[in-house]
Design a protein around this ligand. Structure first.
Ligand SMILES: NC(=O)c1ccc[n+]([C@@H]2O[C@H](COP(=O)([O-])OP(=O)(O)OC[C@H]3O[C@@H](n4cnc5c(N)ncnc54)[C@H](O)[C@@H]3O)[C@@H](O)[C@H]2O)c1
Length: 260
């Protein structure tokens, strides 16, 4: 899978990618792109049930670090970073590609979202990125790049996106504030906003197929995006070619976001 020569822009770099559920996950596209461009990649799996789907991907990515991570289980996130500190002593790239909300709170409209559901969605889908960033900073000794997956529903009303709209808005704002706080350490932070992709998380949204159809019709490039499009966009942003770019939401959506 790897290639020789100048394309291996991330050779020797260390990346942590969280959020792989299966081969359709956006996180898998990110991990595969960084691996193809030479990085060593650490990945995580949610729990034993999820592990069966992630094991073969960890093998194909030749992951030297592969650990369980449920961000709502105390201590697991710390354990991942302790292992990275012990084995690598550094980290260059962090990809946060996780989101979750209780189904009733997700599908019932924002007005009906419970306080508990809202808080849980915000904790898992947004604040966990802040916690990860905090643990990553001491390891990003020569600077680094952090990514969090957002969606157009953060700043426009997308039918059926519901509570995830405010949650992604908070995530994008968190990225901007972290970009400001970490800029002096040469750490850059990006919200990435992919177009709709048929993944397990997406299947929790009502009428997701309608979103896919609409994106296909609206996209100036006339096609849907795939997970490698997202991965290679992150790989570019983590490269020295993008060293003065930070904080902005980068859309990987075939141009859907520019359309009325
Ligand atoms: N699929 C899309 O259309 C789309 C579009 C834009 C943004 N996104 C975002 O991309 C990210 C990845 O989603 P995906 O579409 O690849 O779906 P996915 O189901 O493949 O990935 C979601 C991941 O979140 C993880 N997760 C959920 N709760 C967790 C917890 N408590 N601890 C740790 N991990 C947890 C799951 O294990 C899974 O790996 C999400 O932030 C999602 O909102 C998705």
């Amino acid at each position: 899978m790897t290639t020789e020569g100048p394309r291996r822009i991330h050779a020797g770099r260390k990346a942590l990618v969280v959020g792989i559920a299966n081969e359709h996950s956006i996180a898998y596209g990110c991990a595969a792109a960084f691996r193809e461009l030479g990085a060593d990649v650490a990945i995580t799996y949610l729990n034993e049930k999820a592990r069966a789907y992630v094991d073969p991907l960890a093998r194909s990515l030749e992951c030297p670090i592969y650990l369980p991570l449920d961000v709502s289980t105390p201590g697991q996130l710390e354990a991942v970073f302790e292992r990275i500190a012990k084995d690598w002593g550094r980290l260059d790239i962090l990809v946060h590609s996780i989101a979750w909300a209780p189904k009733d709170d997700l599908q019932g409209g924002l007005l009906n979202c419970s306080a508990e559901g809202f808080a849980k969605a915000m904790d898992i889908s947004c604040h966990s990125f802040v916690r990860m960033a905090k643990l990553a900073v001491p390891l990003m000794k020569d600077g680094g790049t952090m990514f969090a997956m957002s969606y157009l529903g953060a700043n426009r009303v997308v039918t059926n996106y519901n509570v995830m709209g405010p949650v992604k808005a908070a995530l994008e704002a968190a990225c901007r504030y972290l970009a400001y706080e970490l800029g002096p350490k040469k750490i850059r932070v990006h919200p990435i906003s992919p177009g709709p992709l048929k993944t397990r998380a997406a299947s929790g949204l009502k009428d997701f197929d309608l979103m896919l159809n609409e994106a296909m019709q609206k996209a100036p490039v006339g096609e849907l995006v795939d997970i490698m499009d997202v991965g290679f966009a992150c790989a570019y942003l983590a490269s020295p070619y993008a060293r003065r770019i930070t904080g902005d939401t980068v859309y990987v959506d075939g141009g859907v976001n520019i359309m009325a």
